[in-house]
Every structure is written in structure tokens, then in C-alpha cells.
Design a protein around this ligand. Structure first.
Ligand SMILES: [Zn+2]
Length: 212
């Protein structure tokens, strides 16, 4: 088995942590959908991110243990996202069932510890030295996936992108997103449009209500 480099850039960590969080999303009909509701959904999601998840080899079998571990990790990530966006409100999808923060942090740290890493220096001729992290030993694929997700979340929460995290305030949207620019208010332009339409209708209702 090839056990690869598990160094993750801040940019990749942000992407992976957000990707995990937004598997809980608006279903387009006023409800909430979960891309990881079943094992098949998780298998597809993992396949699409194999390189980042340190499982770029034969397809990984998603069993109930891995499915539960990823969903528990996601609950921890979303609970800490809810803390990170304060004083703004959290995503409404799970605002009523957030984990205690200490439990969420414990889960993330425990998941990251499933795959201890060791630093390894390489220094090719005519290049500068590079330091990369590699797993110690040969952990099973399921542990590598869970640990990779946890490392991404830890790196994101420790980094500067955390301050740019927001819960989208558009009607019915439950997404977390990282602001691309200072004035960005919504996760996508379509959420911005929906929010503007909703505000417009609200103002009209108020104006009509004020009429004699
Ligand atoms: Zn949105």
C-alpha cells in the first residue's frame, strides 16, 4: 500500500472543510438535504476528493463505521463553524442541535490523531529543501479519510480564513461560506437575488400595511 504525503495547504484545507460542511444544504423546496445521508452518497463524495483525502488508490469501501465517523466529524465541524461566525447567527439547518464546543473540539482532535504524522525532509539538487508530512505506519483507508478531514478542519479553524466564514443569511439557505471579498453578503449570486426579492416583497407588504 502506498501511503502518501498528507501535507495540506491552507487553501485546500479551507476547501475540504467547507465541502464537508455544505453536504448539508437547502434542497430547493424549503427543506434541508444531506449529501451524506447514506453510505452510497459518502462513497461518491469520497471518490470525488480522493487525492485530498489521502485515499488515491483502490476505491474505499464505505462501511457503517466510516459513515458514522464522517457524519460525527461533520457535526463537530458545523458546531465549531457556528462558534466561528459569532456574533452572526449560525446556519439554521442545525442551530437547534449543536454539540457542546468542548465535545466538538475533542472529536476533531481525536479524529486527527487516528493517523499520526511524521515530518520528512527532501532536498533535490538545484531545489530548495521541502518539508512534508507523511503518515507514521500504514493506517487503514477509513482512518486516513477521517484524519484527513479532521486535519483540514483544524488547519482551517487555526488559519486566517476562519474570520471570513459566514452563514448565508438568504431565505432558506443553510450554507456556510468563506467571503471572497469584503462586501460579499451571500454564498452565491442566486442567494443574493433571492434575498433582494424577499426584502422587496417585505417592504411592499409593510407599505401596504401602513396604508390607511
Ligand atoms: Zn446562500
Amino acid at each position: 500500500m502506498v501511503v502518501g504525503d498528507v501535507t495540506i495547504s491552507r487553501m485546500a484545507a479551507t476547501q475540504l472543510a467547507l465541502d464537508l460542511a455544505v453536504t448539508i444544504r437547502h434542497d430547493g423546496h424549503g427543506g434541508v438535504a444531506d449529501d451524506l445521508a447514506d453510505r452510497e452518497g459518502l462513497a461518491v463524495w469520497v471518490r470525488e476528493r480522493a487525492a485530498l483525502l489521502d485515499c488515491d488508490g483502490p476505491p474505499v469501501t464505505v462501511d457503517e463505521t466510516l459513515h458514522t465517523a464522517v457524519r460525527e466529524l461533520r457535526a463537530a465541524v458545523r458546531s465549531l463553524f457556528a462558534r466561528a461566525v459569532r456574533p452572526g447567527p449560525p446556519s439554521s439547518a442545525d442551530a437547534h442541535r449543536l454539540l457542546p464546543e468542548a465535545e466538538a473540539i475533542r472529536r476533531l482532535n481525536a479524529a486527527a490523531a487516528l493517523v499520526p504524522t511524521v515530518p520528512r525532509l527532501s532536498w533535490e539538487p538545484d531545489a530548495r529543501p521541502t518539508l512534508r508530512l507523511r503518515p507514521a505506519g500504514t493506517p487503514p483507508a477509513a482512518d486516513r479519510i477521517v484524519a484527513a478531514l479532521a486535519r483540514a478542519a483544524l488547519t482551517f479553524l487555526d488559519g486566517p480564513d476562519r474570520a471570513l466564514l459566514r452563514a448565508c443569511p438568504a431565505p432558506r439557505c443553510v450554507r456556510y461560506f468563506v467571503k471572497d471579498h469584503a462586501r460579499q453578503e451571500w454564498c452565491t449570486p442566486s442567494c443574493g437575488n433571492r434575498a433582494r426579492v424577499a426584502r422587496h416583497h417585505e417592504r411592499r407588504r409593510e407599505a401596504q400595511g401602513d396604508a390607511p
